[in-house]
Design a binder for this molecule. Structure first.
Ligand code: ADP
Length: 336
């Protein structure tokens, strides 16, 4: 269990002060898979590095399993970090790479061997133990890096965008592997990503950060179904939520109304808002239409299941489903 209490992090140079984290409070349960997400520069990596002990907090406290770890050096925190650059030693075999932290810690040979075999089994690396990193694929190298973390039997794994160097197909495969690993090891995992599909599919709990502040903490579905403000509403979900303001929004009972693309009905003869079909994207499983309409400055995105043939420039009508409206006040906060 990891607790962050009133965490502040300010980076100071001679001329500039950057507030990277501002009064962050967070509790991560034992065995939980927590994802930290937010736009570039919002403080994700800083938060992970503070937990790891690679940076000092400017203020606040970090508790690990109830003990104050705020000024403990990284090695004493019992956490293992996995980076996007695998940082493997090219001249060492997979076996030597994985056992490296154990050799450094002076563990006896038999115990080293037992832990390496166990990690290799969990990660399906058994038949690669005598290869060098150069003889492995990107995904296998990433597994070796994870193996090196596993053998330390950490209280938690900290992942910093571990999949961003991999190609799209491999990312999906590794995503499933890490989920599988979490189910089997049941160890706390903290996972930084800017990829919302990763966060939504892997995490038990997501923290959304913006400019060093927590905007919302919740399960993936809580964030999707009940975003507590406009920022989270626009950040979670792909394609993004549509926002309608002005008279059309007032009619629906709020200064600003958000509607997800999958919650708008489209019809050629009748509906609430009139619009003109712009560019459409046909994915086979779904179709995304961009509709120009007076109710919003930006084109409204509509998602329909399967294939729907509408022509560019055609007139259509849109009707948002009333049970799926997200109403926001002028201050950007959710109203219900
Ligand atoms: P993210 O991981 O979300 O992209 P970071 O945690 O890397 O964001 O950075 C948060 C903020 O702190 C940014 O404004 C960044 O420029 C600043 N920052 C990060 N590391 C340093 C540093 N070592 N010195 C000064 N500013 C930093």
């Amino acid at each position: 269990m990891i607790q962050l209490q009133n965490i502040e992090k300010i980076y100071r140079t001679k001329t500039i002060e950057t507030v990277a984290l501002n009064n962050v409070n967070l509790s991560i349960d034992k065995g939980e898979f927590l994802s930290i997400m937010g736009p570039s520069g919002c403080g994700k990596s800083t938060l992970l590095r503070l937990i790891a002990g690679l940076e000092d907090v400017s203020d606040g406290a970090i508790l690990i399993n109830g003990e104050d770890a705020t000024s403990l050096p990284p090695a004493k925190r019992g956490l293992a970090m996995v980076f996007q650059s695998y940082a493997l030693y090219p001249h060492m075999t997979v076996r030597k790479n994985i056992s490296f932290p154990l050799r450094m810690a002076g563990l006896d040979k038999a115990e080293q061997e037992r832990r390496v075999e166990e990690a290799a089994r969990v990660l399906n690396l058994d038949s690669y133990l005598d290869r060098r990193p150069g003889q492995l694929s990107g995904g296998q190298r990433q597994r070796v890096a994870i193996g090196r973390a596993i053998v330390r039997e950490p209280a938690a794994f900290l992942f910093d965008e571990p999949l961003s160097n991999l190609d799209a197909a491999l990312r999906v495969g590794m995503r499933l592997e890490i989920c599988e690993l979490h189910k089997r090891l049941k160890t706390t995992m903290i996972y930084v990503t800017h990829d919302q599909v990763e966060a939504m599919t892997m995490a038990d709990k997501i923290v959304v950060l913006q400019a060093g502040k927590i905007e919302q903490v919740g399960s993936p579905l809580e964030l999707y179904q009940r975003p507590r403000n406009r920022f989270v509403a626009g950040f979670i979900g792909s394609p993004k939520m549509n926002f309608v303001e002005g008279a059309a929004a007032e009619k629906l009972g709020a200064p600003c109304v958000g509607i997800r693309p999958e919650h708008i009905d489209i019809d050629q003869s009748q509906g609430m808002w009139e619009g003109i079909v712009g560019v459409s994207e046909h994915l086979g499983s779904d179709t995304f239409f961009r509709i120009q309409s007076d109710v919003s400055d930006e084109a409204i995105t509509v998602r329909t299941a399967g294939e729907l043939g509408l022509n560019y420039g055609e007139k259509v009508f849109l009707t948002p489903r009333s049970e799926h409206l997200h109403r926001f006040g002028a201050n950007g906060l959710r109203q219900d």
